[in-house]
Design a protein around this ligand. Structure first.
Ligand code: GLY
Length: 462
């Protein structure tokens, strides 16, 4: 199915990542219209200022595994290319199903998406490929896992192996919290079957960065390093969220470090998957901890990050559709991931109650004023249109991205944009990117102090 996309493209998903994808695809001269299914309040019949129009379309889906309505939609609308945002449809085999139906679809197959949908499988893959990653043991029964927790003398991270909507990772501060997290995952089955297998991993200290690459099955071409801000509040405090902001590039990731990550992380994984007959085509996201002993892979994701996409896609200098076509045709070249050399910062505006139960239905004002600021784009996540009015409709409501010649300018623009926007209970961090020069937010391993007690285990959502 080699070819050159032309005409309509379809984006699957409804978040800020998918809005950023739609905007990047709409800039392509190869694209007439971008359909987004199901989309959000920002993708509803938008005439684009400098590219193709963007339009939200509905499909009668019963869940991430329900692929037939999407195939019917792609056929009915004569979609030339489908780009998948979230992990769930990738894990459910959307790329395989579209391929079998003769439709071009960008993303990894279900076999490759196991790199995210089965953390146990990903760990075994990393071991076989020699990729540096923290020590870990995998358990299928609660009693053995609990005994292991009581034996280890280092801080741990407990992970549900399967997909848990980003909520399956606990960072306990002590043994009591660790046992509580294990009970929630394995006994109470808070994440269902996703937690029937758990990983107990050594918690390592360092600077956390997100490195994403486009992959054509043989080669990975890295995008600039990005940094997510997972905690709700300034100073990396408060509960974990899906991500409250991002910036790129990250100063601590030098060209030498990028090269080392490409050679020691991405290439061995791609080589092994190709040798095993399941070449990886799509976006590969490595969540890395830069430790004193070098980079360690904490996780792989089989897709763009959110909010990382909202800072990386605006930095692409070239045509995203051409890059995707090159991935699908096994011909990805360095020029396909050429970037502008600028910096970008995204500030997430979240609803009151997030990350628990967000308020919905509040009127949003000021988006147009924000978007008029030079270098500012407002990407929608949890928004909807009710009788023509833009209202909140989810936890992370908007991402305000600023692009500038350096990070300081990008941040200034993003925050000036954020200051234009209002809705009841709006919350956002004021310190996105402030430490990016020194490495930015990080998860530091606590001392293995079992005497320290906190009430509940923290649970990550990213
Ligand atoms: N920002 C983290 C993720 O997308 O998984």
């Amino acid at each position: 199915m080699n070819g050159r996309t032309s005409g309509e493209v379809l984006v699957i998903g409804s978040g800020g990542r998918e809005h950023a994808l739609a905007c990047a695809l709409a800039r392509s001269s190869r694209v007439r219209r971008v359909l987004v299914c199901p989309g959000n309040g920002g993708t509803t019949a938008l005439p684009s200022a400098d590219g193709a129009s963007i339009e939200a379309v509905a499909a009668p889906l019963s869940g991430a595994g329900d692929l037939a309505p999407l195939i019917a939609l792609a056929r009915d609308r004569r979609v030339a290319l489908t780009v998948v945002g979230p992990e769930a449809p990738l894990a459910a085999g959307i790329v395989d199903a579209f391929g079998a139906a003769g439709l071009r679809c960008f993303g990894p197959t279900a076999a490759c998406a196991r790199i995210e949908s089965s953390k146990a499988w990903a760990k075994a893959l990393m071991a076989r490929a020699g990729v540096p990653t923290p020590r870990c043991q995998v358990f299928d029964d609660y009693t053995s896992a609990r005994e292991h927790l009581r034996r280890v003398d280092h801080p741990v991270v407990i992970k549900a192996s399967g997909l848990a909507a980003g909520k399956g990772v606990a960072l306990p501060e002590d043994l009591e919290q660790a046992e509580q997290a294990l009970i929630q995952i394995m006994v109470e089955r808070r994440h269902g079957a996703a937690g029937d297998r758990v990983l107990i991993e050594e918690r390592v200290a360092g600077i956390e960065v997100s490195m994403l690459a486009l992959c054509d099955g043989r080669r990975a071409r890295l995008l600039p390093a990005a940094q997510d801000h997972k905690r709700l509040d300034d100073g990396d405090r408060g509960p974990n969220t899906g991500g409250m902001g991002a910036c790129a590039p990250v100063a601590v990731v030098t060209p030498e470090l990028r090269c080392a990550v490409e050679q020691r992380v991405f290439q061995p994984v791609l080589d092994l998957l190709q040798a095993e007959g399941t070449p990886y085509v799509g976006v590969l996201y490595a969540g890395l901890m830069l430790t004193a002993a070098g980079p360690q892979v904490l996780e792989f994701n089989c897709r763009f990050g959110d909010p990382e996409a909202q800072v990386l896609l605006p930095l692409l200098a070239g045509d995203l559709v051409a890059a995707i076509d090159a991935c699908l045709d096994g011909a990805l070249a360095p020029e396909h991931v050429r970037c502008t050399g600028q910096a970008a910062a995204a500030v997430v505006l979240a609803a009151s109650g997030y990350p628990g139960s967000p308020r919905r239905g509040d009127a949003i004002e000021g988006v147009a004023a924000a978007a008029r600021i030079e270098g500012v784009t407002v990407f929608h996540s949890g928004t909807a249109r009710r009788a023509g009015e833009l209202v909140t409709d989810g936890g992370r409501v908007l991402s305000v991205t600023g692009v500038g010649s350096d990070l300081a300018r990008a941040l200034d623009r993003a925050y000036r944009g954020a200051a234009c926007i209002r809705f009841t209970g709006m919350q956002y961090r004021r310190d996105i990117g402030v430490r990016a020069g020194q490495g930015g937010p990080c998860e530091r391993a606590p001392a293995p102090d079992r005497a320290a007690r906190e009430s509940t285990p923290r649970t990550t959502m990213g």
